[in-house]
Design a protein around this ligand. Structure first.
Ligand code: SF4
Length: 402
């Protein structure tokens, strides 16, 4: 069922006829929706040609564009989810140097992959990359599959990523509809419907198919994404240098930032988290989070969410007992850091704590270690812990003698 849903969301075109979609959910959506712009073939051609001419002349030079290697394109597409190109570049180069092909990635321990990913956030992406590499080796002999069903069956690959890999690496007519494409299309057409609602989504996909150039699928998809990333940006789009300004309804209206139309988001909840720096003879106790779930497989200082009626110190003591079965007492507050995730934000409060007793055991974690502070960098921690670790290492000569 899940796979069916993923598959039907993939904006896929028929292969037999290059010019128009032949089969698929999105083709059906296009047939149901006939806005003025979609019916105007001259408009579509003019807009498409302007977009591709701009991309041919101005595409950014990026390492994953050096060739059409599906492995390299796959890694880049996963990294670029929720992360901007300039942030991805140094990670991409290091990751490719460390894991140059599918076989190297599949053979590496998960810890090494998480470590290479450390700082990028959304660690499920790294865990899925590792699992998918294993599947590519065992099921496809190490060759990245070039068929939609097989690609969609790999962990961590949804309809958008599948369409990007298949069109860019394999030249298949798969239409990418990501956040950049949604923004460009809703502005080109000044779409009044709410973009996240089912009806709005359907219209956007229909328009994306109508606009698509199956003669140059990879280039077209990259051009749309590039336009959204560098010119048709969420705030202050550069309409004055936009190659498709002549076809753009939102530009004509003079209010491109009104699109895509969105309903107001609900406020993001904020949580207070207490964590314990548990010291014993100059070593710190760290725990590894369960494989599944948020930040799965990463290391952390034992801790958790403050419960009602509890002080932060009490939270740290309770969490150490629940997570690892150790008894501690709080010695002093160390620091607090704020961090935002996609759906919530936290303030993480750290306390230096004395170890009182109990053999650590994994009650709500997957592993634990006593380590010297200098070893902290050998373990992959969530990004919220980065500033804490930096501070601990800078202060290693003045750490409390607990
Ligand atoms: S003219 Fe402006 S709003 Fe329209 S596509 Fe170009 S950058 Fe976006």
């Amino acid at each position: 069922m899940r796979k069916q849903q993923r598959r039907s969301a993939c904006a896929r075109l028929g292969r037999a006829e290059a010019g128009r979609p032949e089969q698929g959910i999105v083709r059906d959506a296009a047939a149901q929706w006939q806005p003025a712009v979609a019916a105007d073939e001259e408009w579509l051609q003019r807009c498409r040609a302007a977009l591709l001419a701009w991309f041919d002349a101005s595409a950014r030079v990026l390492p994953w564009r050096e060739d059409r290697d599906p492995y390299r394109i796959w890694i880049s597409e996963i990294m670029l989810q929720q992360t901007q190109v300039r942030q991805v570049l140094p990670y991409y180069e290091r990751f490719l140097a460390r894991f140059p092909d599918v076989a190297a990635l599949a053979a590496a321990p998960l810890d090494a992959v998480l470590k290479a990913w450390e700082g990028m956030g959304y660690y499920a992406r790294a865990r899925n990359l590792h699992r998918a590499a294993g599947e590519i080796v065992t099921r496809y002999g190490g060759r990245f599959p070039g068929e939609a069903e097989a690609v969609l069956g790999l962990p961590g690959i949804g309809s958008y990523t599948a369409a990007a890999i298949l069109s860019i690496a394999f030249g298949l007519p798969e239409v990418v509809v990501d956040g950049n494409v949604v923004r460009v299309i809703t502005r080109l057409t000044a779409m009044a419907e709410e973009a996240r609602a089912a009806a709005g989504r359907k219209k956007i996909e229909a328009m994306a198919v109508a606009f698509f150039d199956p003669g140059r699928p990879g280039d077209f998809n990259e051009a749309m994404m590039e336009l959204g990333a560098v010119i048709c940006t969420p705030r202050s789009p550069s309409c004055d240098v936009c190659p498709v300004a002549g076809c753009c309804a939102a530009f004509r209206e003079g209010a491109p930032e009104r699109y895509p139309v969105k309903s107001p988001r609900r406020a993001r909840p904020h949580h207070q988290i207490a964590a314990a720096l548990i010291w014993r003879e100059g070593r710190l106790l760290i725990a590894r989070r369960p494989e599944k779930g948020l930040l799965g497989g990463l290391w952390e200082f034992p801790g958790g969410k403050q419960e009602s009626g509890e002080s932060l110190e009490q939270t740290a003591v309770r969490e150490a007992a629940e997570e690892l079965g150790v008894e501690i007492e709080v010695a002093e507050k160390y620091m607090s850091v704020d961090h935002a995730y996609t759906h919530f934000s936290i303030t993480l409060h750290l306390f230096h704590c004395r170890y009182l007793g109990g053999s650590p055991s994994c009650r709500a974690c997957s592993d634990w270690r006593w380590i010297a502070p200098e070893q902290l960098r050998e373990y992959a921690f969530p990004r919220a812990n980065g500033r804490v670790i930096d501070a601990l290492l800078q202060e290693k000569n003045v750490l409390p003698k607990i």
